[in-house]
Design a protein around this ligand. Structure first.
Ligand code: ATP
Length: 602
């Protein structure tokens, strides 16, 4: 605010020369106008003030005094800059030529100063707040004055452009372009010139691409006051979009994979929990769609037929037939006519019309040659021909017949050993060994056992219309067992338990002795007598750390020590060997054996 804003024209004023000869008249006029102070000028210029002191004298006579040293200020002086005279209540206001134009009361100046200071404080606070907002904005912000000179940039702007704030401030937008700070002519400059919002892409020395939206600031009179540009980092957005696309794509892939797995696992009713079996089924799932020959290897009862079935169901041939034959179950002649069929009258007892073989029956589908290691070498030649030329001749026939079927073979034998013994043809071996899949024995994948127990329990409960449950200690013991007969043995045992046990819960002592007391070299878990019964996994969780897992590679002594301590503690807790046996889930003879082993006396 300028001094001219509060300047007043006095009621009247006098020339300094007048004071000398018309003193009384001036005093009378001041009294009449109730004016105590009037300006005194000297040829139109400020000369001071004349002040009336009406009641100051005992005589009652009015006195006037001329103060020549009263200060004056120029009309365009900022009020906030004025240093007020201590005594005077008036200051003169003059123009550039020192011509007197009015007076300003010091009281008013003080008041205005106070108002301005309060406003300034308010504006300062707002400014600070605005500064914080601008500085913390994720987008870059660039502000210019009306001419296009940068007055403000925020840290994001410096970060995006790689240019420090002080290189922006005070520079004209066109200068920044010519210095290479902007790789393209300034969008903000265009907005200022065209007095409209302009949006465009701008690159900075960092090489990053940004989208800039620049708006001119126009006052109420339509005059451009400056501009504000917001700058958004497109590189970051593009990266985030790419990341999002990637994540979405992966998630779709996972969904498909899960759907596929679910379809495979659920529809085929196969259990695969252990990493080993998961990868077996994963490989089988991947090769299912191709017509390559698959050779399934593994001990008896591990699930070779289950896997062959799985491949068929998940293949393009799933609508075609799936023909199975156990090559070890039939004598060579019979197997030949079963596989390849025979012509009418091919041998004594042969049907008159001849008979189609299993290869013909498998047309358009798959044939599963189980126990191929048992096949005679003469028959192996015929199978080799099918594999190489997709043709064969029926027994007693001469015409080759074409066949379109995929071959999956399986064996529990070591075929290389059989090749050495001259029992298996090497050429057939390599023809079969296109995609070998080895199914590990059950003892090498204990993680599958609890799920399998549950699966077979459900299956046999349903089959026999009963509702048996299995105690967690049984699950533990079964998990610990070596399963020489693999999954088939486990399946048979569960069925036997379901149908032979009278009680609703299958308990540890219901198990065959060899299973119950089995002490194989595999991971063993020692049960504390306090171990709760019920869900097996819960039991494990609940008993930690009382339950200790000791693997073959661990220190076996530790196991013995623990077992010994467990028996001693149980004896003191339960008193009798029989009760200890019950608590530990073993027979009392086992407890006695262990006591002897560890030299424990009662
Ligand atoms: N992963 C599994 N999920 C569910 N059941 C299984 C699994 N593996 C095997 N079984 C079951 O175990 C039993 C034996 O399986 P399968 O006949 O496939 O074994 P195999 O290896 O072909 O035996 P063999 O060599 O004696 O012919 C079957 O009852 C089968 O249902």
């Amino acid at each position: 605010m300028l001094l001219s804003d509060i300047t007043q024209t006095p009621a009247f004023m006098v020339e300094s020369s007048m004071l000398q000869h018309e003193y009384d008249q001036i005093v009378a006029k001041m009294k009449a106008l109730s004016t105590e102070v009037i300006p005194v000028i000297d040829q139109g210029c400020w000369a001071g003030v004349f002040q009336l002191f009406s009641n100051s004298f005992p005589s009652g006579k009015e006195m006037g005094l001329w103060f020549q040293d009263t200060p004056f200020f120029y009309e365009d002086t900022e009020i906030i800059d004025i240093k007020l005279p201590v005594k005077s209540s008036l200051v003169g206001v003059v123009d550039k030529n020192n011509k007197f134009i009015g007076i300003a009361e010091t009281g008013k100046i003080v008041e205005q100063k106070r108002v301005i200071c309060a406003k300034y404080k308010e504006v300062y606070e707002q400014h600070k707040h605005l500064d914080a907002v601008i500085d913390s904005a994720y987008d870059g912000i660039l502000i210019t004055d009306a001419l296009g000179v940068v007055t403000r940039v925020n840290p994001a702007m410096s970060r995006f452009s790689g240019i420090l704030e002080n290189r922006f401030i005070g520079r004209h937008l066109t200068e920044l372009f010519s210095q290479g700070v902007f790789k393209e002519p300034s969008i903000t400059w265009k907005a200022l010139q065209e007095k409209r919002e302009v949006i465009g892409l701008q690159r900075y020395p960092t090489g990053q691409e940004h989208i800039v939206s620049a708006v001119p600031i126009i006052d109420e009179f339509g005059k451009v006051q400056g501009s504000v540009a917001t700058v958004r980092d497109m590189t970051e957005l593009a990266r985030l979009r790419e990341e999002l696309n990637f994540v979405q794509k992966r998630s779709q892939e996972y969904q498909l994979e899960i759907l596929k797995l679910r379809k495979q696992v659920l529809s085929d009713e196969v259990i695969a929990v252990s990493p080993k079996m998961v990868s077996v089924f994963d490989l089988a799932g991947r090769v299912a769609d191709f017509d390559s020959t698959v050779l399934i290897l593994g001990e008896s009862g591990v699930g070779k037929e289950v896997l062959a079935n799985f491949i068929h169901k998940n293949s393009r041939r799933s609508k075609g037939p799936f023909v199975k034959i156990n090559c070890g179950a039939l004598p060579a002649d019979l197997l030949e006519s079963e596989l390849f069929g025979y012509e009418a009258g091919a041998f004594t007892g042969a049907s008159r019309s001849g008979k189609k073989g299993l290869f013909e029956a498998a047309e358009g589908g798959m044939i599963f040659l189980d126990e191929i290691g048992e096949m005679s070498t003469s028959l192996q030649v015929k199978v080799l021909r099918v594999l190489q030329e997709q043709e064969f001749t029926r027994v007693g026939g001469v015409e080759p017949l074409q066949v379109n079927c995929r071959i999956i073979a399986a064996t529990h034998r070591n075929l290389q050993e059989r090749i050495q013994l001259g029992l298996f043809r090497e050429d057939l071996y390599y023809r079969l060994y296109v995609v070998p899949i080895h199914i590990p024995p059950l003892r090498e994948r204990h993680e599958d056992i609890p799920a399998m127990i549950q699966y077979f329990l459900n299956r046999y409960n349903q089959k026999h219309g009963i509702q048996k449950v299995i105690d967690s200690q049984v699950i533990h013991a079964l998990k610990n067992y070596s399963w020489p007969g693999n999954v088939r043995q486990l399946s048979n045992l569960i069925e036997r338990l379901v149908v032979t046990i009278f009680e609703p819960t299958i308990l540890l002592h219901h198990l065959p002795e060899d299973v119950m007391t089995f002490e194989g070299p595999l991971a063993r878990t020692v049960y504390h007598p306090a171990m709760p019964k019920g869900n097996f996994e819960d039991a494990i969780a609940a008993t930690n750390p009382q339950m200790i897992e000791i693997t073959e590679s661990d220190n076996y002594n530790a196991f013995n020590l623990l077992e010994r301590d467990l028996i001693i503690e149980s004896l003191s807790r339960y008193g009798s060997i029989r009760k200890v046996g019950q608590a530990l889930g073993v027979s009392h003879t086992t407890v006695i054996k262990k006591m002897k082993k560890y030299g424990i006396t009662r």
